[in-house]
Design a protein around this ligand. Structure first.
Ligand SMILES: Nc1ncnc2c1ncn2[C@@H]1O[C@H](COP(=O)(O)OP(=O)(O)OP(=O)(O)O)[C@@H](O)[C@H]1O
Ligand SMILES: O=P(O)(O)OC[C@H]1O[C@H](OP(=O)(O)OP(=O)(O)O)[C@H](O)[C@@H]1O
Ligand SMILES: [Mg+2]
Length: 285
């Protein structure tokens, strides 16, 4: 039987969350630290531990069937490749920044100037579309140091909290793209492997929906239950169970993480008491 070959980053920012999501979808892997290929014990999957930057070529060649990779790397090196799921972690931007006291305040001020970056294709394409002509200095890391050592007038690199920009005296002037980890796929995928991938996608969706939701339980006097149900956005209809205490009910529902605090406030205003909020591990709709 075929196995689906999935690439994950060997070490770095994506590794831990990639392994966590594989574990959450029931794929258990035992591998020693330096073992670069490992089979799952309980699922037809083989995991390859690779450099993030090398993964687009492996996908293209069909050496791996799928990969957990930063969307920014796909944009830089894998424009021809597709992804099938956004995974909700390693969220960041790719931005252009300049020294905070620079007279350059917008992209057009960088016309004819020097930009240091590890993302040359992304920058080239963006500048061309904006009609800006700049000279690129390609460096592989510590990009934010470039202006202070006289190597460039601006930089283009990953920004997340903004702390690296701040600590290096830089200000963001343009966001080129937003990125997160994605599940990318090879264009060469036979039917058997496609079927395994579909199962994995289904499991990932269940885990991600669970992460975005909370299970909520509360008590309310029976005459308030109707008002409370109207406030709850629930999956379907909330569950209402009688409490041992006469005239009271327990209401159970699922709410979205984003609307959580607004819903909690509205519930309290409508007479809810003893609220319990629990994480949801997986959600199959
Ligand atoms: N500060 C950050 N916050 C959030 N996500 C980030 C941050 N820096 C990088 N990322 C995301 O994590 C991915 C991996 O970054 P990391 O620095 O670990 O590896 P890399 O050096 O780019 O790759 P390689 O595995 O080829 O060495 C990036 O492509 C990006 O998608
Ligand atoms: O906005 P922040 O939260 O400060 O994050 C941005 C920094 O994170 C990444 O570097 P990383 O730490 O991965 O080092 P690297 O350059 O060696 O990859 C990126 O290249 C930025 O330098
Ligand atoms: Mg990095």
């Amino acid at each position: 039987m075929s196995k689906l070959r999935i690439a994950v980053q060997k070490s770095g920012r994506l590794n831990e969350d990639s392994m966590k999501i594989l574990k959450a979808i029931g794929i258990s892997i035992d591998n020693g630290k330096d073992q670069l290929k490992a089979s799952a014990r309980n699922f037809p999957v083989e995991v390859f531990y690779l450099r993030n930057g090398d993964i687009p070529q492996y996908l293209r060649d069909g050496v791996v069937d799928a990969a957990i990779i930063g969307e920014n790397v796909l944009i830089e090196k894998g424009q021809d490749l597709k992804f099938v799921e956004r995974l909700g972690f390693s969220k960041c931007k790719v931005s252009i920044a300049v020294p905070k006291d620079s007279k350059d305040t917008s992209l057009k001020d960088l016309n004819g100037k020097r930009i240091a970056t590890s993302y040359p294709e992304t920058v080239k394409k963006f500048l061309k579309a904006q009609g800006i002509d700049a000279k690129l200095h390609i460096i592989n890391g510590s990009v934010e140091i470039a202006p202070s050592i006289g190597l460039a007038d601006g930089i283009c690199d990953i920004v997340s909290s903004g702390s690296t920009l701040f600590k290096n005296g830089l200000k963001e002037i343009e966001v080129l793209l937003k990125s997160e980890a994605v599940l990318a796929v090879s264009p060469i995928l036979d039917e058997e492997r496609q079927a395994i991938l579909s199962k994995i996608q289904f499991r990932i969706q269940s885990v991600l929906k669970g992460r975005q939701s909370k299970y909520i339980l509360l008590n309310a006097p029976n005459d308030k239950v109707e008002d409370i149900i109207n406030v709850l956005p629930g999956m379907k209809s909330p569950t209402v169970l009688p409490l041992a205490k006469a005239g009271w009910s327990s209401v159970h529902s699922v709410i979205n993480e984003n609307e959580f605090w607004d819903v909690i406030d509205a519930l309290k205003e409508n007479g809810a008491e003893g609220l319990l909020v629990c994480p949801i591990e997986k959600m199959v709709l």
